[in-house]
Write a protein that binds this ligand. Sequence first.
Ligand SMILES: NC(=O)c1ccc[n+]([C@@H]2O[C@H](COP(=O)([O-])OP(=O)(O)OC[C@H]3O[C@@H](n4cnc5c(N)ncnc54)[C@H](OP(=O)(O)O)[C@@H]3O)[C@@H](O)[C@H]2O)c1
Length: 370
Amino acid sequence: MATEQRPFRLVVVGASGFTGQFVTEEVAREQEAPGRSSRLPWAVAGRSREKLQGVLERAALKLGRPTLSSEVGIIICDVSNPASLDEMAKQATVVLNCVGPYRFYGEPIVKACIENGTSCIDISGEPQFLELMQLKYHEKAAEKGVYIIGSSGFDSIPADLGVIYTRNKMNGTLTAMESFLTIHSGPEGLCIHDGTWKSAIYSFGNQSTLRKLRNASNLKPVPFIGPKLKRRWPVSYCRELNRYSVPFLGSDVSVVKRTQRYLHENLGESPIDASSFTLTFFGQGYSKCLGTDQKKPNMKICTQVKGPEAGYVATSIAMVQAAMTLLNDVSDLPKAGGVFTPGAAFSRTKLIDRLNQRGIEFSVISSSEV
Ligand SMILES: NC(=O)c1ccc[n+]([C@@H]2O[C@H](COP(=O)([O-])OP(=O)(O)OC[C@H]3O[C@@H](n4cnc5c(N)ncnc54)[C@H](OP(=O)(O)O)[C@@H]3O)[C@@H](O)[C@H]2O)c1
């Protein structure tokens, strides 16, 4: 990672977008965080100076920081102009890339960052993009010693770090895991099974799992989000699940966006402030004295990650804390650089502590030997 002095520690590219505005405000909060001893020079970047100025003015108003606009740099760059991206990347230690959809706009920014020795974080939830970047750029990033870390928003920091947290909290070896996402919005709750359809059908057809989940997340009705079920599944399961299900088409749109559209259409306008999420993990494994070659696991653990509204508030907190981890926990990152998922990059860092301090809270609900 860049060790020479650069004008900006962080640069938010795509700051003029809907998510970019949240990320900009979150960097401004981080700049003033209690206990922050060193300066955090930063900039916003995009193709319209006017829009970027507007973003800073709105952030200044919201945070009550009238001088904010004069403290933050502005860089003009366009994804279709590689030289402008090089100029932007040269000025940053870490780029926070909010320009999406990433499969259309993502690659030129990754390329410019690697060529200019700059680390880059994005909030993509697009598997094709993530995998392509890993295949094409991992070695180049490692040669340059930079970290390119995709999916560092709500997709997939709570999920990745939740698995790592559960593994670390288990007094033994974690061998199996299932997770459930609940989006709370006013009195209603939504539950999204985060796994294969086969395991969703198994779990939701299983009344005891449903009961456990409801108890753990204090949830009443559990509508189920996912594509309309296919006929080939057993009729009784389909009937039960379709009672709770909302049909959606297309697999590459992020679950969060689909959930928000569902909330908007079915529950009316849902203010971002009234929304929150809970991600519940049920893990199984073997205690230290029992080898993993035994037939049945003898340990169970339930953990949760809770946080504010998923799509924008939790996403901006996760992205900014991932960037702060890149800046500050250098010795705990993978030795060489490369293109990583959040779990692979941050498993040994203090990211979970940082998230806890910013309201994305990790906790153990229960842990027992059976
Ligand atoms: N994983 C998660 O949890 C999560 C959560 C939220 C969002 N996201 C993702 O974040 C991305 C952004 O979402 P959004 O809702 O904020 O989108 P948006 O409001 O459309 O913002 C897009 C941003 O990209 C900029 N842009 C577009 N074309 C550009 C170009 N040629 N050069 C430079 N900048 C360009 C836009 O600049 P202009 O203002 O100049 O048009 C704008 O700042 C999407 O891919 C979305 O899926 C992920």
